[in-house]
Design a protein around this ligand. Structure first.
Ligand SMILES: [Zn+2]
Ligand SMILES: [Zn+2]
Length: 591
């Protein structure tokens, strides 16, 4: 039996339990989802997580009762009678029954509008004493289900996902084939929760959101801003070496610019309403491209100028529904490590290869070596000719194959202006995160009538490539935090070393150690507050400080330090010069 069938059947049993425990509940919908199921309820009174064990117990009680799932096909009129006290179901009947009769499932006193399939009886979710011979083949698997599901959380969900509708109570459950799978999943979930970047961001004081500022608009606190600066410095250096030139462009631009670029035609639902100044409309930029084009187009370019690589840490604003916002991963204002490459058609293949190489090098430097690559092809709505699309798709393919990169095709997943290669990095729990994108574009050069003068002195149209290896500073910091559980590698840690004098007589020596490490370029803090050493060590653990140097009599005498390394504890005494050498190496290796 398919696990989805079991999950969907459990959602009915959950609804049945809710009906028993909270009479008067109105029912929304309850599908199976990845790893489990949910059901949306309009409850007579609000409930909280504390109610979940009670609902779960009721479910187990019902499962043991050999409750049948009986399918019936009824007319629209009959269905309306059956669900006369269920407004949400009536709404669904109106939609479904336009084409004819509807199917319902009855289990005990609970009846639901549903296409199925379902288990035949709840005994299939529990071995019990299955009375049916035909059940023999799955009783082995089924007997464990009763212990292999769990209700996990309560959340608000608008009816039909529309914020204009009433907010219903959604109860989520998870269900697996057996208890072991459930336990594995719960373990992973617990790990993931510990790594939740929203919690870490708060604990480590990296970033925050403020109700009055607005949802999805992160405020970077000093330590978060410092990490960002470290990443930015890294990018300046890497891209500088690769022949990029840095530019800076404004956050808003006039209507006409976005009309020419096609954003107002193809991307308007993601843009904010215009601001009117001196009778002209300005839009917050959702992308940096049109601005970069203006710099390219500010003078006549020769083939000798190409490829021209213009990079910007460009802040863009996109409208995302409030329900989809998620910490730093999905926000409304964010800074892309953006760049646009203008090149001749002949150069585009080579550029794509170096871009793929560069993206993978950058991800590796940040500790991501496991990824999934997708080649997204021509969508339904597109600009340009099929021939030019084929050519660009082939260059991307060629690049991926040349570098021996495994990839999957994402059919019709390209942007309207060209195909793209996306890289999803996998974090230490194996979860994929979409970061890198490399997109070929033949629309914008056409729309803005971009040219370069070729060898023969003739005007030619360049190809444009959009690319961002990290995606955005916001999302990337979120991924980094979750991947490392907040314990960032030394080179990225906002505070790298704390120095802890054992007593007040060691303060002077501690200060000299601080000076040495700070002169060597490290971010150091002297912890000389009148608190116990063990308290400071605990604080450092919470703050995920990579190195603690404890100095007392012995260390003072021998000009050394006692090292406590994050995750390892005390690793012994070492001369201060040796320590600096060690950590310098570590930073160089970006470990
Ligand atoms: Zn159903
Ligand atoms: Zn772009």
């Amino acid at each position: 039996m398919k696990i989805e069938t079991i999950r969907h059947s459990l959602s009915h049993i959950m609804a049945y339990s809710v009906q028993e425990l909270f009479p008067g509940t109105k029912f929304g919908i309850g599908p199976a989802i990845e790893q489990g199921f949910y059901y949306d309820f309009d409850l007579p009174k609000p409930i909280s997580d504390e109610n979940l064990p009670k609902i779960e117990a009721k479910m187990r009680e019902l499962i043991k009762q050999d409750i049948k799932f009986e399918k019936k096909i009824v007319s629209k009129k009959e269905a309306k009678e059956i669900f006369k006290s269920q407004p949400y179901k009536l709404e669904l009947i109106e939609e479904l029954a336009r084409v004819g009769p509807v199917s319902i499932y009855q289990s005990g006193d609970f009846v639901d509008l549903c296409r199925g399939p379902h288990v035949k009886s709840t005994l299939q979710l529990h071995s019990g004493q299955a009375p049916y011979k035909s059940f023999r083949d799955y009783t082995g698997q089924a007997k464990e289900i009763i212990d292999a599901f769990k209700l996990t959380k309560i959340a608000g969900a608008y009816w039909k996902g529309n914020e204009k509708n009433k907010m219903l109570t959604r109860i989520y459950g998870i269900a697996f084939k057996n208890k072991k799978e459930l336990e594995n999943f719960l373990f992973k979930l617990e790990e993931a929760e510990k790594r939740d970047h929203r919690i870490l961001g708060q604990k480590l004081e990296l970033f925050l959101f403020d109700e009055e500022v607005g949802a999805g608009l992160p405020l970077w606190q000093p330590k978060g801003a410092l990490i960002r600066k470290i990443i930015e410095d890294y990018l300046y250096e890497e891209l500088g070496k690769a022949g990029y030139q840095w530019i800076i462009t404004p956050h808003i631009g006039k209507e006409n610019l976005f009309q020419t670029s096609g954003h107002l035609e193809f991307y308007k639902e993601n843009m904010y309403s215009p601001i009117e100044i001196e009778k002209e409309k300005y839009y917050l930029k959702p992308m940096n491209c049109p601005f970069h084009i203006k710099i390219y187009n500010s003078k006549i370019r020769s083939y000798r100028d190409l490829p021209m690589r213009l990079a910007e840490l460009g802040t863009v604003y996109r409208y995302e529904r409030s329900g989809t916002l998620h910490g730093l991963i999905r926000v409304r204002g964010f800074t892309q490590d953006d760049a646009h490459i203008f090149c001749t058609p002949d150069q585009s293949g080579g550029e794509l290869i170096s871009l793929l190489k560069q993206a993978i090098k950058i991800l590796k430097d940040f500790g991501f070596e496991d990824y999934e690559i997708y080649l997204a092809t021509r969508p339904e709505k597109y600009v340009g000719t099929i021939k030019i699309w084929q050519k660009a798709t082939n260059s991307l393919k060629y690049g991926l194959e040349k570098l021996n990169l495994k990839y999957q095709i994402d059919p019709k997943g390209g942007v309207f202006y060209g195909p793209k290669a996306d890289i999803k990095i996998k974090d230490s729990l194996g979860r994929p995160w979409q970061c890198t994108t490399i997109q070929v574009d033949f629309n914008l050069p056409e729309a803005f009538k971009l040219n370069y003068i070729d060898k023969k002195g003739k005007k030619q149209r360049p190809i444009m490539i959009h690319r961002t290896p990290l995606g955005s500073m916001e999302r990337f910091l979120g991924c980094l935090l979750e991947n490392y559980g907040g314990a960032l590698p030394l080179w990225l840690s906002p505070e790298q070393i704390w120095i802890i004098p054992v007593g007040s007589r060691h303060k002077k020596y501690a200060e000299s150690v601080r000076g040495r490490a700070s002169d060597a370029g490290f971010r150091v803090k002297l912890k000389s507050e009148a608190e116990t050493v063990s308290k400071k060590i605990r604080e450092a653990e919470i703050q995920k400080i990579p190195y603690l140097l404890v100095v007392g009599d012995k260390e003072m005498k021998s000009k050394s330090v006692r090292i406590r390394q994050r995750g390892k504890g005390d690793i012994g005494e070492i001369k201060i010069d040796k320590f600096i050498e060690k950590v310098k190496m570590e930073v160089e290796k970006r470990k």
